[in-house]
Design a protein around this ligand. Structure first.
Ligand code: 4AD
Ligand code: MG
Length: 429
């Protein structure tokens, strides 16, 4: 029976054939252990010389790392195996022999691994990270579909900026100037006025010169936008969404989290509601801890980490000064100098995973903001129409997928959380 590693449990004590690659191998004169992977999982194949005979044993013993194979064997339940099964090998057919696979079981430096990212993805650790990433995406669609959101796809090529003009990726659009999208938000606001509650999932681009473990040049964002939803209700949806994703990963990625040595007890505590602290109080807290920061300044990574350390769950920092936030955020009606916004900071030092806000719904205030932010009104004419024809209170947010993957997997750097990372000095492979 032809099957896959993830399905072998259906064929205990039967003979199966799987297409697989040789991830690793150990052998003595009498027995060989083949670590096999097929993209659905990992399993150990055991080749016993006394059972399979000289020829097959010699073939097995000489197999090279990452050669592709059809392996035939009897499925045995084995409690000690992480997957719960082992394969007693009865046949091996080499499809393609790999010679001198560059990534050996020994330690390699980061730059070497990054240069071989197209192969590095095959490793058990990278496999586990990609599976968690996939589960976050799957749970995202499930959550928002259940809540009645419609998936909408904003454009990638745009004529306007959502998040300030300093890190725009410029390109030509025939004779016009264009930019790669920093955020689908402005278009999602238009979509929310047509479809009520919407969400997007797509790539976004920021020409950020920052070389940190949290910044990618190209990253993927989930951006929900909701008509008739004010700031407080938006925060509740955010905490429910994040809790849903974390609990889904815990439930559906047990083996992967084990491969990654993730402390799952910490993740089990991630259930709504989440704590909140105002920007004002966060500044006071940091000053008392001796951080060099004044009201009106944005937080750096060490500031965020210090705040997050006080909580076991992600924490919302709310109501930032208007002057350090994007032009579209609605001022607090009780205090014009701060806006109705929140950043959600992940625990354990993984940084800001969500930025969100209630949006300005008043046309005149929006026009004033273009002047203050030196934005040309011309590019936003269509966006102003949303405030001209049936403007409503509305809110939305953006969750950075890669930082969320980093947090849930417990990996230090976002370069491992996306298949082919685009970094300040890296466009290859
Ligand atoms: O806080 P940001 O810039 O918010 C927006 O773009 C809003 N327009 C979203 C919205 O309201 N619809 O980005 C949102 C999130 C951040 O919290 C962070 O998780 C992630 O996107 N992010 C990055 N992730 C990796 N590399 C970068 N360079 C990132 N910049 C932002
Ligand atoms: Mg932000």
């Amino acid at each position: 029976m032809k099957t896959t590693i993830s399905q072998v449990g259906k064929y205990v004590d039967q003979e199966v054939t799987i297409g697989a690659w040789l991830a690793n191998k150990r052998s003595s004169g009498k027995i060989a252990f083949l670590q096999l992977r097929d993209g659905t999982g990992f399993i150990q194949g055991v080749v016993v010389k006394a059972e399979v005979g000289e020829d097959l044993f010699a073939t097995a013993k000489n197999l090279t790392q990452e050669s592709s194979l059809y392996v035939k064997g009897h499925v045995r339940a084995d409690e000690r195996a992480p997957s719960g099964y082992e394969l007693t090998v009865t046949g091996v057919e080499v499809i393609h022999e790999a010679v001198d696979y560059p990534i050996t079981p020994k330690e390699h430096g980061t730059e070497f691994l990054m240069d071989h990212r197209h192969l590095w993805l095959r490793s058990k650790r990278q496999y586990a990270i990609m599976k968690v990433r996939n589960e976050i995406i799957r749970a995202t669609y499930e959550f928002f579909n259940e809540q009645g959101f419609v998936k909408v796809d904003p454009p990638i090529l745009t004529g306007s900026s959502a998040e300030g003009t300093t890190n725009l990726f410029h390109t030509k659009y025939f004779d016009e100037d264009a930019y790669l999208s920093q955020s689908g938000q402005l278009y999602m606001e238009a979509a929310a006025m047509a479809l009520g509650k919407v969400f997007s999932f797509g790539p976004t681009f920021r020409a950020e010169k920052s070389k940190t473990r949290r910044h990618l040049i190209e990253f993927w964002m989930i951006e929900p936008e909701m008509a008739f939803v004010e700031h407080e209700e938006s925060l509740q949806i955010q905490e429910q969404y994040v809790s849903y994703v974390v609990q889904s990963v815990l439930k559906n990625c047990k083996l992967e989290l084990q491969t990654l040595n993730r402390d799952t007890e910490k993740l089990e505590k991630i259930v709504a509601p989440f704590p909140r602290i105002s920007y004002d109080d966060a500044i006071k807290f940091l000053q008392e801890k001796g951080h060099d920061i004044k009201w009106g300044e944005d937080f750096g990574a060490p500031d965020e980490t210090a705040i997050a350390e006080s909580y076991e769950k992600p924490v919302f920092i709310t109501n930032y000064p208007a002057e350090i936030k994007a032009f579209y955020m609605k001022p607090d009606p009780n205090r014009e100098d701060v806006v109705l916004c929140a950043d959600l900071i992940a625990p354990e030092g993984y940084g800001e995973i969500i930025g969100g806000s209630q949006r300005i719904d008043d046309l005149e205030l929006l026009q004033q903001r273009y002047d203050e932010h030196n934005l040309s009104e011309e590019a936003y004419k269509w966006y102003m129409d949303l405030r001209r024809y049936g403007s409503v209170p509305h809110s939305g947010f953006g969750l950075g997928l890669e930082r969320t993957v980093a947090w849930l997997c417990g990996v230090e750097h976002v370069r491992e959380t996306i298949p082919f990372p685009r970094l300040l000095n890296r466009l290859y492979p």
